[in-house]
Ligand binder design. Structure first.
Ligand SMILES: Cc1cc2nc3c(=O)[nH]c(=O)nc-3n(C[C@H](O)[C@H](O)[C@H](O)COP(=O)(O)OP(=O)(O)OC[C@H]3O[C@@H](n4cnc5c(N)ncnc54)[C@H](O)[C@@H]3O)c2cc1C
Length: 393
């Protein structure tokens, strides 16, 4: 990967935004028959800091397992009243990747390709033209002769809209001055912190006896000030580990608002000159907010399509029944006629952990989905279905 000159120039592929989705797409392109094509990645960030944690689960080995900071086989679910369930997730493992390790790994790989250029700039406009697509940025204008991959256009999920569900969270990576954590297991959902009907929980990933990531998370529409989540983390660490602020150091903080809205426009054709990818392209699984592994799978499929001379197939996995289930689930969390913690408790209590993970990955069969839906609180789900049917026109 080299640095692009400051002049107007043509590239086969231009990437507006060079974050997780774009860099992984370039990574797969660099392993394909398109590896030698001229490519330009435009992003104002050089990706020199650890700005995110990417976690995913899988029952087989995946492309980036090797750079995971830690992997776990043991996951806990804690219900709102302290009912704790050790989740039986075999053959799955849960992996945690530090974004800085991932960026360095990808950059090292791409540095072997002089045809892949990186420009530190902000894209201001993407204009389709007859002979290609013009990409305007703060360092000049460039032409994409084939495709622009756009990971910067906003996804239609509004922060202040009460009808739009978001996964919003703030996390602290802390180092305790003495060993206290049990790094063999994580708390995937700790609903002991839940208040009222809003879906809120703590997520705890201990990477060593002294280090752990605590993330206070909501699946709801009302985003809070940073101090709200920070106070929740402090109280949790005090309540469950008896640690005061003098006992630990905050090494890193991360925060995010991930859309949990379904966007029908997210379906797109590979034949189009501008392809939205990543969060922008609807790669996030709406009902979980996870997208790292999903992005890898979609990008691998996308590269196979790009290798064909003519392709018009839809890239995004599109199973109408699963989409419908996501919609119902999201509506239940928005309506809050039942506490989110109760919905999750019912699901995790009555279904094996591995089945839940397959369900969240959209790998369960139709009949497995029906059997799972039979374990959720019935009335709130019927209400949500009624709402969706009556608002479908
Ligand atoms: C803190 C955090 C933790 C997360 N943890 C997980 C997780 O554990 N598991 C999981 O599956 N998902 C997780 N996600 C969700 C998702 O995987 C990430 O958001 C992921 O980075 C999305 O990839 P992306 O390419 O869409 O966006 P990004 O990686 O954010 O990339 C977008 C890029 O566009 C650039 N950009 C923005 N504006 C412009 C512009 N005008 N011109 C040029 N470039 C621009 C940005 O600098 C950025 O590099 C997390 C998200 C956040 C925020």
């Amino acid at each position: 990967m080299s640095v692009a000159p400051l002049s107007s120039k043509s590239y086969r592929y231009i990437f507006a935004g060079g974050g997780m989705s774009a860099l992984s797409l370039v990574y797969y392109l660099s392993q394909s028959s398109r590896a030698q094509e001229p490519m330009l990645i435009i992003d104002p960030s050089l990706k020199l800091v650890n700005d995110k944690t990417w976690c995913y689960w899988s029952d087989k080995s995946e492309e980036f397992d090797g750079i995971a900071q830690k992997s776990w086989k043991n996951l806990w679910f804690h219900g709102p009243k302290g009912n704790s369930i050790a989740l039986d997730i075999a053959p799955f493992e849960y992996h945690k990747i530090r974004s800085i390790d991932w960026y360095q790994f990808i950059k090292k790989r791409l540095s072997q390709f002089p045809n892949i250029e990186f420009l530190e700039a902000e894209v201001t406009e993407i204009i389709p033209e007859k002979k290609g697509t013009r990409v305007c940025c703060t360092q000049g204008e460039f032409i994409a002769t084939d495709k622009v991959f756009d990971s910067i256009s906003p996804y239609p999920c509004e922060i202040n809209n009460p009808n739009h569900l978001k996964q919003h969270f703030l996390g602290w990576e802390i180092e305790c001055h003495f060993p206290i954590f049990k790094p063999e297991a994580i708390n995937l959902f700790d609903f002991r912190v839940a208040q009222g009907t809003e879906c809120e929980f703590m997520y705890v990933l201990p990477t060593s006896k002294k280090n752990a990531l605590f993330e206070y998370t909501f699946f709801s529409s009302q985003v809070r000030e940073a101090s709200f989540y920070q106070d929740k983390i402090k109280s949790y660490i005090q309540a469950y580990y008896n640690l005061s602020e003098e006992d630990f150091q905050i090494k890193e903080e991360e925060k995010g608002i991930i859309p949990m809205c379904l966007d029908t426009r997210a379906s797109q054709k590979v034949a189009e000159p501008i392809i939205r990818i990543g969060t922008s392209g609807g790669f996030v699984k709406a009902s979980t907010g996870y997208s790292f592994l999903r992005t890898q799978r979609i990008n691998q499929a996308l590269v196979k399509e790009l290798e064909k001379a003519n392709s018009s197939r839809l890239v995004l996995p599109n199973n109408p029944f699963k989409t419908w289930l996501d919609k119902i689930f999201i509506q239940v969390l928005l309506e809050q006629s039942v506490a989110g913690s109760e919905v999750f408790e019912a699901l995790f209590q009555k279904n094996k952990g591995s089945k839940m993970l397959r369900f969240l990955d959209e790998k369960t069969s139709f009949w497995e989905d029906i059997s799972l839906m039979a374990t959720v609180p019935t009335l709130p789900f019927i209400r949500a279905v009624y709402h969706l049917i009556s608002h479908s026109k």
